[in-house]
Design a protein around this ligand. Structure first.
Ligand code: FAD
Ligand code: DLZ
Ligand code: SF4
Length: 514
């Protein structure tokens, strides 16, 4: 009668808190594949394959080490379909003296977990998830009394606390942030190296077949599935990134290019978020590459900032602000999601590229998420709940703790400025500067009004005009707002008419054709 140790699909880490004092002679580890977790949003097929395959590989690795594993498969005829149901059944099977879990990555699951004690009549210990570089109590104290939470200041504290890229008390190289050097467009002739792929093994192939039969209507295709599904594969993916792409990660961090979905990005978020890779290992590998002269400081600092800064910061914001955070809608946006976000059928080439790539890979890099679909959602005033659901559905790395602050906060400003001091609104000129998409587009990025004009242009001015009063005192929007105020009224009206015509037109149709 040992302890029942519950491990969720994104908790498949050797050092997980709830596995730490495991007694192999007495305890049982429960891993449960359940319909409820596969369908609370209609996840991309690759995400379900990823999570279930990671669970199956992890269960096998634990069993090999002599741990008693109770692994419930999705197609087990007795499967109740919920985590709570499977915990109850496991309690009946093993009669443990208690249950030990680790705080999950979503508020929804934590609320459920808090009910397990009453449901089972057993003590349930919910341990902090310490697979992060910061601690939530510390974040809460750091945030206390601050009018605005700024990632940059949090990040500096984290650099000091961890010693990463520090030279004594000073930041390596003399500056905290080299973002200004990270703004290059992909030059013609520069071909990014193909990232290492991890083709499905027998276990993954079995899960792929299961997912095709059980979730045929879910978004996405499986053909290109190549994600790491074990810790060993994730380490190989990290090594591949550090040698092949990190040196140019900084320069091209904001670039977008047709047919180049990855560029010099890491492709590590699925592994980090599922628990196959530790954030510290990623940062240390990058720092070592710099110290040994294998990668420049702007690249290494930029990469470490994403993990040590942004990733930790969004998690802090999520747990600080939930559950109210999810319901915020500061800009009172209500428009339904256009069907083209599922079909990829839109004349806007940048959006079509992002959606089609997302369908095939369950991946888009940060600038595509933020400045193409995110920017579109912001400017067109798409309903935040629908936008959030889309982002949580379509990316293989999406769990609410990281998806929600990025979407709600960074991309669409639904949180009214908790995450960022200004909305990331941009016209077509930004996308044209950072990508080659506009060359292949049916719309003209140089035009602002009329049916052939890039929709981002009129939408941008329309957005500012709609929210002119709200942003009147925002210093970071002072310049464009002044331009708007000085604009010839006829021009301003033409922009607003163009935006209105676009928003009422077929591109925004929420329903599938036919
Ligand atoms: P790289 O660009 O190579 O970055 C390296 C690592 O840094 C990533 O693996 C990731 O762990 C971390 N990172 C970078 N930016 C962020 C960020 N803003 N927040 C948190 N971690 C970051 N990331 C997710 O992991 N899950 C999500 O559901 C998610 N949803 C997003 C939604 C929107 C609207 C936006 C704008 C961003 C979102 N991001 C999300 C952040 C970021 O886009 C992805 O982490 C990144 O694209 C993953 O690809 P990569 O591993 O190649 O990242
Ligand atoms: C995402 C996911 C999926 C698709 N399936 C399962 C599952 O069958 N069993 C499980 O324990 N976890 C799964 N997960 C991950 C959970 O949804 C995740 O733990 C929560 O979203 C909290 O991050
Ligand atoms: Fe996107 Fe506008 Fe460029 Fe077309 S012209 S690709 S819609 S930014």
């Amino acid at each position: 009668h040992g302890v029942l140790r519950v491990v969720l699909g994104d908790q498949c880490s050797r050092g997980l808190a709830s596995l730490r004092d495991l007694d192999p002679a007495r305890d049982v580890v429960l891993l449960a594949e359940v319909m409820g977790e596969c369908t609370y949003v209609r996840h991309h097929k690759q995400k379900i394959v990823l999570v279930l395959s990671v669970m199956r590989h992890f269960a096998r690795a634990l069993a090999v080490r002599g741990v008693r594993v109770d692994h419930i498969r999705l197609d087990d005829p007795e499967n109740t379909g919920t985590l709570a149901g499977e915990v109850a059944r496991a309690v009946a099977r093993h009669a443990p003296e208690g249950i030990v879990c680790t705080v999950p990555g979503e508020w929804r699951v934590l609320a459920d977990m808090r009910g397990w004690e009453e449901a089972t009549g057993l003590p349930v210990e919910i341990r902090d998830d310490d697979r992060f570089l910061s601690d939530l109590g510390w974040f809460r104290r750091w945030a206390q009394g601050k009018k605005q939470l700024r990632m940059e200041f949090f990040y500096r504290e984290m650099r000091r606390a961890t010693g990463l890229l520090m030279e004594g008390e000073a930041p390596a190289g003399g500056a905290w942030n080299y973002d200004a050097e990270n703004r290059r467009k992909l030059e013609p002739g520069l071909v990014p190296p193909a990232p290492r792929r991890f083709p499905p093994d027998a276990i993954t192939r079995e899960v792929m077949a299961l997912v095709e039969t059980r979730f045929p209507g879910h978004f996405g295709t499986l053909e290109a599935f190549a994600w790491p599904v074990t810790a060993r594969e994730a380490e190989a993916a990290l090594a591949d990134f550090i040698t092949a792409r990190l040196p140019r990660f900084g320069d091209y961090q904001d670039a977008m290019a047709t047919g180049e979905p990855v560029l010099f990005h890491a492709l590590l978020s699925t592994s980090l978020n599922a628990g196959l890779l530790s954030p510290r290992a990623c940062c240390e590998a990058a720092e070592a590459a710099w110290r040994e002269g294998r990668a420049p400081l702007n690249a290494v600092e930029g990469f470490i900032r994403q993990i040590l800064g942004w990733r930790e910061f969004v998690r802090g914001v999520y747990w600080l602000k939930m559950p109210d955070y999810a319901g915020l809608n500061a800009l009172e946006a209500t428009r339904p999601l256009p069907w083209s976000w599922w079909s990829g059928e839109t004349r806007m080439n940048c959006v079509a590229q992002a959606v089609r790539q997302t369908r095939d890979l369950a991946y888009a890099h940060h600038i595509q998420r933020l400045m193409v679909t995110g920017n579109f959602a912001l400017l067109a005033g798409l309903d935040p709940a629908a936008v959030n659901e889309w982002y949580l559905t379509v990316y293989a790395d999406a769990y609410e703790w990281v998806e929600l602050p990025n979407t709600h906060g960074m991309a669409i400003h639904a949180d009214g400025g908790v995450m960022g001091s200004k909305p990331y609104a941009a016209s077509g000129a930004y996308i044209n500067r950072m990508s080659d998409y506009c060359r292949g587009c049916a719309y003209d990025v140089k035009q602002s009004t009329g049916p052939g004009a890039c929709p981002f242009n009129a939408l941008y001015w329309d957005f500012l005009a709609r929210h002119e009063r709200r942003f009147a005192n925002n210093p970071r929007l002072a310049m464009p707002l002044q331009t708007l105020r000085k604009m010839d009224p006829a021009k301003r009206q033409a922009l607003r008419d163009s935006a209105a015509a676009f928003l009422a037109g077929p591109e925004l149709d929420p329903a599938a054709p036919g």
